[in-house]
Design a protein around this ligand. Structure first.
Ligand code: ASP
Ligand code: MG
Length: 451
């Protein structure tokens, strides 16, 4: 069997739902379990509606209206009963009215409200599949076995989930296609929970593992993980195979095709995860594996990722020489101000680190204190460039080549760090020079492969 997960854009319009159904119909003999996200944008809308209800920005009836209109329009255009999800919308409206009356929004209520996105999308997709002669049935994740703890908005799946999924779905596989709500679960006491934003990939991994899937397919609106952002490097190409660790490095700074942590339960037990494009289904996509099959012959560098708009913080102090506890002092200050550090490099007398621009305010407070223990400078507009590939740890000279390229380009490097995984070399340049750095690196390391 296989698990096929379709993200919000793959179920966001009638045209997309038709494409999704074609893809599912073509895979029927592989006994698919389908996992769906909410229609694109709907989760955000639901969360905003819950906040608006609490703030009494508008009555519940009005908050539900755009969601009702959108789902009815999609159903109507697909020739399905326009009232198919009206009962869910009625429950949603009652919940929002409760929040409105009490002016109180707990994480538990937030999850209850958010759950309706997937509850409705699964019904729409199952109804459309059945109409086009692919017998299908919508399943709420909890009816299909998903049990979580009560960590609302970021609940953890409990171990009893795995046998429960098997018990619920194994008997129907190959008969009607189960269309399961992604992102959702339920506590042992019956409260609805969510698994965290983007949680449908996680749902897919859980079902894949529970049912021993041959493969988990993540259907999205791009054709996989790329060697670099194609908006920057025109001849960037789709990576055929990446390891789980490479995908994790690339996702951190780069394109958010898939949050690799979410598919860990499947990759751990060796189930391959394939990223595919609903709108270009013949593309091969990217296969995410625990280990790549061609490790020996593969290029050392696989991908380049970039994150712009960082602040570079430099601390210099001779106090650090032979002093214990200096770094812990620095990080204590940063932590207390809620500043999160991305990259870090230290020497005997200095510390350099990058901080995302969204911490600009918090960093101001922190620098005021840091100036008491070190000369502190903050530069804005810095880009973190991350060069990723399993081979970086085994092929000598990769770092040398990277910095040689930067030297030839006359690009100044302000911080260099290599994590313990040795899977990446990360460095910082000015934002304005990031594109040029990426072009040069891509031409040097991936030029051939893309020709
Ligand atoms: N609909 C949820 C979200 O937007 C889950 C998902 O799409 O994976 O976060
Ligand atoms: Mg999503």
């Amino acid at each position: 069997m296989i698990v096929m997960k379709f993200g919000g854009t793959s179920v966001g319009t009638p045209a997309a739902i038709r494409k999704t159904a074609e893809v599912v119909a073509a895979a029927r003999d592989r006994k698919p379990v389908v996992v769906v996200s909410a229609l694109s944008g709907v989760t955000n809308q639901l969360l905003a509606a819950a906040q608006d209800a609490r703030a009494r920005t508008a009555p519940a009836r009005e908050l539900v209206r755009p969601l009702r209109d959108r789902h009815r329009r999609v159903l109507g255009e697909l020739g399905l009963p326009r009232r198919l999800v009206d009962p869910d919308l009625a429950w949603l409206e009652e919940a929002l009215h409760g929040i409105y009356l009490l002016r109180e929004l707990t994480p538990r209520s937030l999850d209850y409200v958010a759950s309706f996105g997937e509850v409705m999308s699964s019904k729409v997709v199952a109804a459309h599949l059945s109409k086009r002669k692919v017998p299908a049935k919508a399943w709420n994740a909890w009816d299909a076995g998903v049990v979580t703890d009560d960590g609302y908005t970021e609940a953890a799946v409990l171990p009893e989930t795995y046998p429960a999924i098997k018990k619920a779905l194994a008997p129907v596989l190959g008969e009607e296609v189960p269309v399961v709500t992604g992102f959702l679960g339920r506590t042992r006491t019956g409260e609805r929970t969510t698994l965290g934003r983007g949680g449908s990939d996680y749902t897919a991994a859980i079902f894949g593992r529970a049912l021993g899937a041959e493969e988990i397919q993540i259907w999205t609106d791009v054709s996989g993980i790329m060697s670099c952002d194609p908006r920057i490097v025109r001849n960037a190409y789709t990576l055929r195979h990446v390891t789980f660790a490479e995908a994790a490095e690339l996702a951190y700074f780069g394109a958010k095709v898939l949050h690799p942590k979410t598919v860990e339960p499947a990759v751990e037990v060796g189930i391959p995860v394939r990223i595919l494009n609903t709108f270009s289904p013949q593309d091969e996509g990217t296969l995410v594996l625990r280990e790549v099959p061609d490790a020996g012959t593969r290029a050392a560098v696989q991908g380049l990722a970039v994150k712009r708009g960082n602040m570079l913080v430099n601390l210099t102090s001779t106090r650090m020489l032979d002093a214990e506890g200096y770094l812990s002092q620095v990080f204590e200050v940063l932590a207390r101000h809620g500043v999160s550090v991305d990259c870090l490099a230290t020497s005997e007398v200095s510390v350099s680190m990058t901080v995302d621009a969204r911490y600009a305010e918090a960093l101001k407070g922190a620098t005021r204190e840091l100036r008491r223990i070190a000369r502190t400078t903050v530069s804005r507009g810095r880009a973190v460039i991350c060069v990723v590939g399993e081979g970086i740890s085994t092929v000598p000279g990769v770092a040398g080549r990277i910095f040689g390229v930067m030297g030839n380009e006359g690009i100044n490097i302000e911080l260099i760090s290599q994590g313990a995984s040795e899977l990446n070399v990360t460095f910082v340049v000015r934002d304005a020079e990031a594109d040029r750095a990426l072009h040069a690196l891509h031409a040097t390391f991936m030029g051939q492969a893309s020709a």
